[in-house]
Design a protein around this ligand. Sequence first.
Ligand code: COA
Length: 260
Amino acid sequence: MAPGGLPSHFGAPYHWPMSSYEIVTTRDRPDLHAQFDEAFRGLWPEFIFHDPVSNELFPRVATQFPDYDVTVVHEGVVVAGAWGVTLGWDASIDDLPGGYDDALVRAFAGLGRVHDTLVVMAAAVRQGYQGRGLAALVLEELRTRALRSGLARVIVPVRPTLKARYPLTSMAEFARWRREDGSHLDPWIRVHERLGATILGPAEKSMIVSGTVEEWERWSAMRFPASGAYVVPEALDLVVVDRERDIGIYIEPNLWMRHH
Ligand SMILES: CC(C)(COP(=O)(O)OP(=O)(O)OC[C@H]1O[C@@H](n2cnc3c(N)ncnc32)[C@H](O)[C@@H]1OP(=O)(O)O)[C@@H](O)C(=O)NCCC(=O)NCCS
């Protein structure tokens, strides 16, 4: 590890004093909560915040899984964060959770299974601090914590940054897109691969968001004059609107990756 507790590869390319970045848990620093909205909310599209499964279970995450809720602070400012949950997974593709929603449900359901796997549910870096390796920093912190707690596996339902530009392409196809040097086309998948993670396969129904036509118009700042499938900014797949039933449904695909 480099000075300041940072992994050794956080070296020369980044021109900021490493020791001024501190990693804390939300449990240790509840005072930082007040900054979360300002730091992170704008990084995701509004519709993401209307997933009923997440809205029901997320408020219990920090209490139930306090060791896997980490924040990076720089001179008193929250600059990055990540959180995860644990569950039982037998390391087979068949036993993978359906995605983000199902991982949350399984984490709280218990089902009598031993929790042996950390699922990294989200990571975010404040605007102005992106592109400096802070996401890898929080991922490594969570991996280290999982190892220290005796968890055998770490998986992630990855929301690839660039997928929203290709909503007509399946996640299975997008997962195959690589650059000439062999690295992945998507920067967020690249971060995971650089840390040694591999792609397991698509989570086709990772998260489901449903709303009235008026709600979708508000969330997306668009109009949906007729029933049909729409390309919505920051959505990884199409949003299907049915005006007669006054409903819009979005099924978000993610990509399961496993860290080793
Ligand atoms: C995805 C995210 C977590 C990556 O964090 P990060 O600390 O910026 O990641 P890195 O510094 O390792 O950069 C990763 C790659 O993205 C590129 N990148 C990062 N931020 C960028 C930006 N604002 N503009 C252009 N490229 C950027 C980097 O150059 C790097 O590319 P490389 O592989 O060619 O070197 C961050 O961009 C983010 O918070 N996004 C919004 C929330 C989100 O989508 N989270 C992930 C799903 S839960």
